[in-house]
Design a binder for this molecule. Structure first.
Ligand code: 9UX
Length: 72
């Protein structure tokens, strides 16, 4: 079934940053939902663990230009 991951995302200084993070995550295979909260520096991702994992998602956020850390 689905997995969820919560990331701390550092460096989102305007609302469009959240859009960049969301787009970067949703480009990956196996992403069901990505919800990015710019005010709280968080990204909540629901994914299918057969196709993608937490570290791949974290790296996609970093490649988009932000510092990401897996919280839960
Ligand atoms: Mo806003 Mo974010 O001008 O990468 S889009 S700071």
């Amino acid at each position: 079934s689905d997995s969820t991951a919560l990331f701390s995302v550092i460096g989102m200084t305007c609302a469009a940053c959240a859009g960049s993070v969301e787009k970067a995550v949703k480009r990956l295979p196996g992403i069901r939902e990505a919800i990015v909260d710019v005010l709280n520096n968080r990204a909540h991702v629901i994914f299918y663990p057969f196709f993608v994992n937490e570290e791949t998602i974290r790296e996609a956020i970093e490649d988009a230009g932000f510092e990401a850390q897996l919280l839960t």
